[in-house]
Design a protein around this ligand. Structure first.
Ligand code: EPS
Length: 382
């Protein structure tokens, strides 16, 4: 892999940290480029109070000098504002005192129970602090660097929510990908259709009043991709593979599809593929059922990736569980959380797609600097 990254940090720990390795030298990059996406992740109807507490202010620690990348690892820091209220519980210093806010009753559907078993913990806070989706703030920050790189390559990545809690936006997308984020970022559900958005918002409100949570589906699109990213030559080079892996690595994601996805399983072949035609001396596609990927390679059409998010496992009206100290029935642990995070997940999905696509562009066009890579990319597109 050309572009690699790691994140560190607990939800109520001191900070989130990320390192991105393999970004070429000479890319214009500022903290503002990263801040924009971090702010987009905080929005969406159904988010809890934490988003008001956290400024999600990013600091670039290394790899950038005077607004240009150096080709060296880019290290990012996002401090957790809430840490000041958690220092005694989450600080790294040794302590003999029993920790406050110990978690003994696992939430069904969360990492609590299996994580405790796997790592041999007693207090399940040791699990939930890292299993929390707070970590995705750093993935969005790293993804913003990848997005900046892709923009310089003429690639735009955007997203929209197509379903929340069973309320579906059936309308086909009528906004160009390059204008989509501007349109949906202002919408509380990040939905492109105001009528469907109103239904989604009402669904979130109903779930919240009932102490419940809702999941949904979002779609990430990428426009301007050169054809030929990825390869059919080896299983892990097929472009669908890293895309699906990245989406499935996002907290609460239980399904991924590309293009026609699951619905293409029911369609006959005559309606599942994209017929060719000659257009201006070139071969054109009559449709985009493939979602922009054929044979593990980008076709040059719009990439369409969808992901299904299950409802968040922390319920204010908790499910039945077991108190692991007494092994008696108990209601699951309740922790401050969101009633719905699908709009935020869409932004995170964009960031993950950006990281995968930036890697694929770098693998195909290579080079240590933008000056070395961009002419190759342009020559390919000509
Ligand atoms: C957060 C995601 C959710 C929030 C979290 C902030 O994480 P989790 O996966 O643990 O439910 O609940 O906020 C808190 C932990 C809190 O104290 O409010 C995020 O995306 O920033």
């Amino acid at each position: 892999m050309t572009l690699r990254f790691l994140t560190a940090g607990e939800s109520h720990g001191k900070a989130l940290v990320g390192i991105l390795e393999g970004a070429p030298a000479g890319l214009a990059l500022s903290a503002e480029d990263i801040q924009r996406d971090l702010s987009r992740r905080k929005k969406g109807h159904g988010r809890g109070n934490r988003q008001k507490i956290e400024g999600d202010k990013v600091e670039i620690l290394s790899g950038v000098r005077r607004g240009r990348t150096l080709g060296s690892p880019i290290a990012l820091l996002v401090p957790n504002q809430d840490f000041k209220n958690w220092e005694g519980i989450m600080g790294a210093e040794p302590s003999d005192a029993a920790p406050a806010r110990r978690v003994d009753i696992p939430r069904p559907g969360h990492a609590d129970l299996v994580g405790r078993l796997k790592y041999g913990f007693e207090d399940m806070r040791d699990v939930l602090e890292r299993a929390s989706a707070r970590e995705t703030a750093m993935r969005v920050a790293l993804g913003a660097v990848a997005r900046t790189f892709l923009s310089a390559c003429g690639v735009a990545v955007a997203s929209r929510v197509t379903a929340i809690g069973g309320e579906v936006d059936e309308a086909p997308l009528s906004v160009p990908v390059r204008e989509l984020n501007e349109r949906v970022d202002a919408d509380p559900a990040r939905c492109a259709n105001p009528e469907a958005s109103a239904r989604m918002v009402a669904r979130v409100d109903a779930a919240k009043s009932a102490g419940d949570t809702v999941g949904g589906v979002f779609e990430v699109l990428a426009d301007g991709l050169p054809p030929g990213l990825g390869s059919y030559a080896q299983w892990d080079r097929r472009l669908e593979a890293p895309l699906a892996a990245a989406m499935m690595s996002l907290n609460a994601i239980k399904g991924v599809e590309i293009g026609g996805g699951f619905s293409s399983a029911a369609a006959p072949g005559s309606r599942a593929h994209d017929a060719y035609e000659v257009r201006g001396g070139r071969v054109g596609y009559r449709s985009n059922r493939s979602g922009g990927i054929d044979g593990g390679m980008s076709t040059g059409q719009t990439l369409v990736v969808r992901a299904a998010m299950k409802p968040i496992a922390t319920l204010m009206k908790p499910l039945d569980s077991v108190d692991l100290r007494s092994m008696t029935p108990a209601k699951a642990h309740v922790e401050r959380s969101d009633a719905c995070a699908v709009p935020a997940a869409a932004v995170i999905g964009e960031s993950l797609v950006c990281l995968v696509l930036a890697n694929a562009v770098l693998e195909k066009f290579g080079g240590d600097s933008m000056g070395e890579m961009l002419p190759r990319l342009r020559a390919w597109g000509a």
